[in-house]
Design a protein around this ligand. Structure first.
Ligand code: PXG
Length: 286
C-alpha cells in the first residue's frame, strides 16, 4: 500500500502528512498542481509536467522553493519509496500558511507535496465502445479572469461542469469558452478527425495545454497524419468523422456522441484507434 507522502524534503506516513489550516492553498485555492502517470516504474513525461508546474507557478507569482531538477528527483524518489510500478503522482505546491487575507506577502513557507498512489482509470469497455459527452452549461473560465493554462488549485470551474456530466450519467462534459467555442473537457483535451485531418482547439480557445495533447499531436505527425489547431464550435463535433479525448488519466479515449447526436457512424474511428495504440506503445517504450 502506498503511504509515504513527501512534504518539503521529508517523507511522512499518509496519516501524518498534513498542512496548516491557514495554508492559502486551502483558504483560497492559492497554489498549483500536476497529475502525472507512472508506467512500469517510470515517471512518464516528467520533464514536460515539471516545466508546466513551474510555468503555472510563475503565472501566479509563486516561487517553488527548489529547482526543477530537485523537484524531478524528489518525484522519482517518492515513487520509488512507495514502490509504485503503475500509478499516479500528484504534485501540489501551495502558497503556504499565512494570516487571513489575500495578500501573498502574508504567507511564508510554500508546501511542496508529492503523493504517489494508485490510479482509478476510466472503465475499460469505454475504450472499445467510446464515451458519450454532454455539453456543460458552465463555461470554461474566461482567460482574462483565470487562465485555464494555469493548473491551479482552483478547480471549481471544472468541478461544476463535472457535476453536470455526472448528473447526465456521463463521465466527461464538453466545456465551451466565453465565445461559445469548444474549449476542452473538465479534465481532458478534445480532438476531432475531419476528412483525415486531426483538429484540436488552439491554446487561445482558453484551455490547459495538455501534456497528452502535445504528445498525441506529435505521434500523429510522425505517423503522417495532418494536425491543425482550429477554433471549433459544437457543430464541428456533431459533423466530425471521429472524436476523442486526451489526458493523463484518460490517455486517448474515443467519444461516440455529443448531446445525443452520434459522431460519425457512432463508433470509435480508425484514426482514434491508431492513436490510442501509438500512445500506449509510447508509454511502454520509455
Ligand atoms: N484539461 C484540463 C482542464 C485538465 O485538468 C487536461 C486537460 C489534460 O492534460 P494532461 O496534461 O493531463 O494531458 C487536464 C488534466 C486529477 C487529474 O487528478 C487531472 C488532470 C490530469 C491528471 C489528474 O484531477 N487534468
Amino acid at each position: 500500500m502506498p503511504n509515504q507522502v513527501y512534504i518539503n524534503g521529508q517523507l511522512f506516513a499518509k496519516e501524518d502528512a498534513k498542512v496548516s489550516v491557514y495554508d492559502h492553498g486551502l483558504l483560497y485555492g492559492d497554489g498549483v498542481f500536476e497529475g502525472i502517470r507512472v508506467y512500469g516504474g517510470k515517471v512518464f513525461l516528467l520533464e514536460e509536467h515539471i516545466e508546466r508546474v513551474y510555468e503555472s507557478a510563475k503565472a501566479i507569482r509563486l516561487e517553488i522553493p527548489m529547482s526543477p531538477e530537485e523537484l524531478s528527483k524528489a518525484t522519482e524518489d517518492t515513487v520509488r519509496a512507495n514502490d509504485i510500478r503503475d500509478g499516479y503522482v500528484r504534485l501540489v505546491i501551495t502558497r503556504g500558511a499565512g494570516s487571513l487575507g489575500l495578500d501573498i506577502r502574508r504567507t511564508s513557507n510554500p508546501q511542496v507535496i508529492i503523493i504517489a498512489d494508485t490510479i482509478s482509470l476510466y472503465p475499460k469497455e469505454l475504450y472499445e465502445d467510446g464515451l458519450q459527452l454532454v455539453t456543460a452549461s458552465t463555461i470554461r473560465n474566461h482567460p482574462g479572469a483565470l487562465s485555464p493554462r494555469i493548473k491551479s488549485l482552483n478547480y471549481l470551474n471544472n468541478i461544476l461542469a463535472k457535476i453536470e456530466a455526472t448528473d447526465a450519467g456521463t463521465i466527461e462534459a464538453l466545456m465551451l469558452n466565453h465565445k461559445g467555442e469548444v474549449a476542452e473537457c473538465t479534465g481532458d483535451n478534445i480532438f476531432i478527425v475531419k476528412r483525415g485531418i486531426l483538429l484540436t482547439p488552439p491554446k487561445s480557445a482558453g484551455i490547459l495545454e495538455g501534456v497528452t495533447r502535445n504528445t498525441v499531436m506529435e505521434l500523429a505527425r510522425k505517423a503522417g497524419i495532418a494536425v491543425e489547431e482550429a477554433e471549433m464550435t459544437r457543430h464541428d463535433i456533431f459533423v466530425a468523422d471521429e472524436c476523442f479525448l486526451t489526458g493523463t488519466a484518460a490517455e486517448v479515449i474515443p467519444v461516440v456522441s455529443l448531446d445525443g447526436r452520434a459522431i460519425g457512424n457512432g463508433e470509435p474511428g480508425p484514426t482514434t484507434r491508431k492513436l490510442l495504440k501509438l500512445f500506449r506503445e509510447s508509454t511502454e517504450s520509455v
